[in-house]
Write a protein of this length. Sequence first.
Length: 319
Amino acid sequence: MAGIKPIVKKELADHFSSYRFVIIFAMIAMISLITAYMVGLNIKNELAGIAKPKFVFLMLFTSTGTVFSLVQFVAFFGPLVGLILGFDTINRERNEGTLSKLLAQPIYRDVVVNGKFLAGVVMIAIMLISIVMVITGLGLIVVGVIPGMEEIWRILIYLVISIVYISFWLGVAILFSILFRSTATSALAALAVWIFFSFFVSIGANILAGALANQIESGTDPALVAKQAKVVKAFVLISPMQLYSDATAAIIDPTRKSVRKAMPVGPMERISMQRFAGPLPLAQSILVVAPYIISLIAITIVCFALSYVIFMRQEIRSL
C-alpha cells in the first residue's frame, strides 16, 4: 500500500520517544523478569538431584511466582500496553491540527489508520519478543535446561497469540480515539472496557454459577453438572481475556488435555485418560485450542474493521 511506510516509521519514532511507553515497558519487563527469576529458582530447587522432566523449560511461563505466572501476568496487564499505545492515536493529531495537514498530502486516508495500527502491532511484537528472549536467557542461566525444538515452537505460537491478543486492545483504543475527540474520554472509555471484561465478567460468571448451583441438588445426574459448567463457560467466553487464557492453555502447557478445569467422567473414561496421561503433541494441542485462537483473531479483525469504517466515513475538516 503506497505511503504506509512513512506513516509506520513516524509512529514508531513517536512510540520510541514516548516516556509513557518507556515507563510501561520498563515496568512490565521488570515484573516479568522478577517473576521468571523466582519461578526459575523454585524449579531449580525442586528438581535438584532428580531427573528433569520433559518440557521443564515451559514451566518458566506457567508456574506461579509470588502472585501469578508470566502467562497470567500478560493476560491481565498486557491489554494496558495496547490501550496506552492507541488511546490518543487519532484524536491527538486531530486536536493538534496535524491530521488535516497529513491528509492534505498525497496520502490515502486508509493509509493513515492502517499505518498507525501496524506501527502499534510492531511495537507490541518488539516488546513481547524482547521480554520472552530475556526470560529465555534467564531461564538458561538459572534452571540450566536447554529448551527442545517443540518447546521453542510452543513459545513462538504463544508469542503470536499474545501479539494478537494485545492487538485487539490496541484496536479498541484506536476505535475510541476515533469516536471521541477528547483524549481523556477515549482513555477512560478504553479502561472501562478493560475493567468490565477483566472483573465484572468473572463476577457475573460466579453469580451465575451460584444461581445454577442452588437449582441443582447434590448427588444429581452428572449431565446436569456438565450443563451448568457449559452455561457458565459460554458466559465467560465473551471476555477476550478468557479467550486468550484458553487459547494459550494447551499451547504453553502440554500436560493440559482440555481447556476445562474439571470434567465429570465415568470409570472407563478415567481409565482411558490415565492410559494416555502423557503430554499432548503440538499438533493436538493446537487442535484443542483452535476455536479460541480463531475467535481471538476474529474479534481483533472485527474491532479494527469497525475503526477503519468509522474513520473512513468521518469528515476530518469539520473537526
